[in-house]
Write a protein that binds this ligand. Sequence first.
Ligand code: ATP
Length: 254
Amino acid sequence: MHPIQINVGWRIRGRPLLQDVSFEVQAGETLGLIGPNGSGKTTLLRLLAGLEKLKQGTVYLDHRDMSRMSRREVARTVAFVEQQVSTEERINVYQAVSLGRTPFLSPLRPWALEDEQIVACALHDVGMSQLANRAWHTLSGGERQRAHIARALAQQPEILLLDEPTNHLDIRHQLSLLQLVEHLPVTVIVALHDLNQAMMCDRVGVMEDGRLVDIGMPRTVLTAARLRQTFGVHVDILQAPGEANTVMRFRQAL
Ligand SMILES: Nc1ncnc2c1ncn2[C@@H]1O[C@H](COP(=O)(O)OP(=O)(O)OP(=O)(O)O)[C@@H](O)[C@H]1O
């Protein structure tokens, strides 16, 4: 599996969107990325997915310099579920998820039974097996979201990048997705707005104005002082009876 080493900056028309963002992710770890709107989470994920060309700094995927990897190699390693993804409307769910196998197919390696099994497994993991034959345009927002995640899983990536994956999902599917992600044998970087969900990650990185201002265990990072400074909110950190995890309750800072 691929540990990730990141040391990047990113500018657009002279404006720095990422500045000296430097961290490592261990193989199999789930890293939550949090930060206010516009703090650079999506920009960072797009760089790591190879959708933006790296101009400043380096990204190493399993000790390989990402800028020297072909698009196909990156696609075999990294799967990215974007916040707003468009999918060709005239296909069904099975076909949409099958697209995740594209980086592995070639004239010498055509579609095979193995691919069918991987797609079926990905659909099962997101609870979409029953909807495999449904036309894409008939899906709800949450069902589309789950199908996009299934497509990423069908890619069998070493690294899974998720940009606010729970934002269209009902509470049951939010929890099942997070549990699924937690138990996958892959390295995950997930941008989240729900700080209680961030508590479930192995570590949390905090983005502020294009900088990574903190990274560490959720309980160490998500302190009242940090949330007041970064998000401008007061937080009460509550210990739920009989629960190992704490729960956060927010009030707007004056
Ligand atoms: N192509 C672009 N051209 C100009 N500015 C951009 C571009 N892409 C992103 N930005 C700006 O970069 C900043 C960071 O955006 P980004 O989408 O990475 O933030 P984010 O942390 O993911 O925000 P959100 O929580 O709202 O999704 C924002 O101010 C955004 O307007």
